[in-house]
Ligand binder design. Structure first.
Ligand SMILES: [Zn+2]
Length: 123
């Protein structure tokens, strides 16, 4: 299960961002999942709940978004988005293509709750 490793990475990143922003709590994370990635969203969610316990990320919601994969032609350098079936390069027809995006899982953005809500006035 390689989800454990990627989730640990996500958590580390989120904690780092939260610390830099002076946030007390991370409430939401937007995660882009590449069309060609083999990560299971359920498994990531499961690992997340387990790993985030006791951290600033505890209870944060994960929002997954599927993003299309991108292929780059090794012959002409043209990049194109993979739409469905694997197809030859639209530029030159070459089949020597390299996946340059969309085979991984990326933290796109996160919502951090800072301690900025109004403090109650002393009586
Ligand atoms: Zn090409």
């Amino acid at each position: 299960m390689h989800e454990m490793a990627i989730t640990r990475e996500l958590l580390g990143l989120a904690q780092k961002h939260a610390a830099e922003a002076g946030g007390r709590r991370v409430t939401d994370l937007a995660i882009a999942v590449g069309e060609l990635s083999t990560f299971s969203e359920d498994a990531v969610s499961f690992c997340w709940e387990f790993l985030s316990q006791g951290s600033v990320c505890e209870g944060a919601r994960l929002h997954f978004r599927r993003v299309p994969a991108e292929l780059t032609c090794l012959d002409c350098g043209k990049a194109h988005t993979l739409a469905g079936e694997l197809a030859p390069c639209p530029g030159c027809g070459s089949t020597r293509l390299k996946v340059t995006a969309g085979d991984d899982l990326i933290l796109e953005s996160l919502e951090i709750e800072t301690g900025s809500e109004p403090t109650p006035k002393p009586a």
